[in-house]
Design a protein around this ligand. Structure first.
Ligand code: NAP
Length: 280
């Protein structure tokens, strides 16, 4: 296992760089996030087929490289012997950087895990990436990864996690914690509340509103506080403008008391059995 220290809160890069008219606002938002301590930026070759990486490259240009972490992801069909290096080099070029702090397999595809692990380790040796990991892997996938040569060098698993989707707490999170695999929580804001499931209201449900009122906070801040509740989880909310970035960064200061967590747990119960992994 390769351990890497990540900030507790980072910045998501999905759907940025799509609209040229919004580019300056998005760049300013990312830079503000870096100033406020959200020093990890997540992207993927898939996002806008490189447009997200290019915009992030513009946002970080000229900044001391050790001051922030860049995470990108490779398409499953590019994660084999022949294409992995090319994909990585393309991401590096679009981001305008010499190395990625973390390179993830975006989701599981047809390429054997052993081949991806071997290719990732080669990229580490070549200095193109600092560490590698996976995304959307459930416990059985992680077990399988651990069984292939070099698979246990996986440093992180990026999975969907928010207060309305807690299935990973049952087995995946404990499995990863035991092995020191970092968890990166994507959709920590349930996409602005849109990912409501089973009748849950993640924008204005009474328990969330009560907690928000009690802490002079907003519901999105309570959602973020939830993903930050346990150690070893980095949340990567996406925000397209300065106001949302400021609001999200301030969630780091929330200290929710046990009795208020208990009320939220009642409204959004933790899993009591194995659940399928939610994927967005
Ligand atoms: P999210 O971060 O849960 O939600 C983003 C949405 O919330 C945007 O519409 C954003 O609007 C809004 N928002 C942000 N801050 C807010 C605030 N303070 N108040 C109200 N609304 C707010 O969803 P996501 O972007 O899908 O997930 C986060 C990141 O995870 C992605 O950007 C991507 O990097 C990663 N991800 C990874 C995978 C994977 O398969 N590995 C899948 C999905 C996502 P504005 O843009 O207007 O601020």
């Amino acid at each position: 296992m390769r351990h890497i220290p990540f900030p507790r809160l980072g910045q998501g890069g999905w759907m940025i760089g799509e609209d040229p008219a919004r580019a300056e606002e998005e760049i300013a938002a990312l830079r503000l996030g870096l100033e406020l301590g959200l020093t990890l930026i997540d992207t993927a070759e898939m996002y806008g087929e490189g447009r997200s990486e290019r915009l992030i490259g513009r946002a970080v240009a000229g900044r001391p490289r050790e001051g922030f972490a860049l995470v990108s992801k490779v398409y499953p069909h590019n994660a084999g012997r022949d294409r992995l290096r090319q994909s990585c080099e393309d991401s590096l070029r679009r981001l305008g950087t010499e190395y990625l702090d973390l390179y993830l397999l975006h989701w599981r595809g047809a390429v054997p895990l052993a081949e991806t692990a071997e290719g990732m380790e080669t990229l580490v040796r070549e200095g193109k990436i600092r560490a590698w990991g996976v995304s959307n892997f459930d416990t059985a996938d992680m077990e399988e990864l651990w069984s292939v040569p070099g698979g246990d060098r996986c440093a992180a698993n990026q999975v969907l996690y928010h207060i309305g989707s807690r299935g990973i707490e049952y087995d995946l999170l404990p499995w990863m914690a035991e092995r020191g695999v970092a968890c990166m929580a994507y959709c920590p804001l349930a996409q602005g509340g849109r990912l409501a499931r089973m009748g849950q209201d993640l924008r204005s449900g009474p328990a969330l509103l009560r907690a928000a009122r009690a802490y002079h906070a907003t519901v999105p801040q309570i959602l973020l506080a939830f993903t930050l509740r346990r150690g070893g989880v980095t949340a990567i909310p996406k925000a397209g403008g300065a106001a949302h970035v400021r609001e999200n960064a301030a969630a780091l200061d929330l200290r929710i008391q046990p009795e208020d967590w208990a009320a939220l747990d009642e409204a959004f119960p933790p899993p009591t059995s194995k659940m399928h992994l939610d994927i967005e």
